[in-house]
Design a protein around this ligand. Structure first.
Ligand SMILES: [Zn+2]
Length: 233
């Protein structure tokens, strides 16, 4: 891939972060684009993962179940209401729809949800007594504390319920034994948070593979958390 092409993709992504007034057709293409990013980055395999975005009037556009996200087409998406009832589309919505509905019910400020299976986040969620916080300052500034939502059975309401107590205050969650769930005001913003948390998980995995990472001094970590909290208010 040429550097010019990469530059164009970066520019388009920046535009989409600012642009939150896309129509439904544009949002269908936006979801396809970021599903391809998820697939190319290795954050999901085969039929894994799902993305949704609010359309307005209580309608939610979401990826369908049982389709490879690297080969998704704009017309494959389906529209559901806030109760999850299918409104339009020829396929069934993602089996992980309950997670998306929990987010939209709990966080009226959220416009888009990205769920993926990034391997380093999943691997860290399998370990006991591992401390991921107070080590990487830029991660603290951008996503606050690492939060691992407890296990909920995939493709069930239990998975949606597992988010309560976590999604209210966090824009980027690791799901125990499963993956990540990130939210934002646009699909792009939610996707960026997936990239950020997986990159941090990769760095922490490297560090723990070599020894025990050095922690930030306590007062510095608290100052960073305070900066994060004030940026959200
Ligand atoms: Zn999943």
């Amino acid at each position: 891939m040429s550097s010019g092409y990469v530059h164009i993709i970066a520019l388009r992504t920046e535009v989409s972060i600012r642009h939150n007034t896309m129509n439904e057709t544009e949002l269908r293409y936006e979801i396809v684009r970021f599903c391809q990013f998820l697939h190319h980055k290795g954050y999901l395999s085969a039929n894994d993962g799902n993305i949704s975005v609010k359309l307005g009037d209580g309608r939610i556009l979401i990826t369908p179940t049982g389709i490879h996200k690297g080969f998704l087409n704009p017309e494959d998406m389906v529209v559901v209401n806030e109760q999850g009832t299918l409104l339009s589309g020829t396929r069934n919505p993602s089996g992980e729809l309950p997670m998306h509905l929990t987010v939209y019910k709990t966080r009226p400020d959220v416009q888009a949800v990205v769920h993926a299976h990034p391997p380093y986040c999943i691997a860290l969620s399998l370990l006991q007594n591992i401390d991921l916080n107070g080590i990487l300052p830029e991660v603290t500034l951008s996503i606050g504390k690492f939060c691992i939502a407890p296990y909920g059975r995939p493709i069930s309401q239990a998975l949606g319920d597992s988010l309560y107590g976590f999604i209210e205050k966090n824009d980027a969650l690791i799901l125990e034994r499963h993956g990540t769930l990130t939210v934002g005001k646009t699909v792009a913003e939610a996707y960026y948070r997936t990239e950020r948390i997986e990159h941090a998980a990769f760095v922490l995995w490297l560090a723990y593979s070599l020894g025990k990472p050095k922690k930030l001094p306590g007062p510095e970590y608290k100052a960073l958390l305070d900066m994060y909290e004030s940026s959200r208010s």
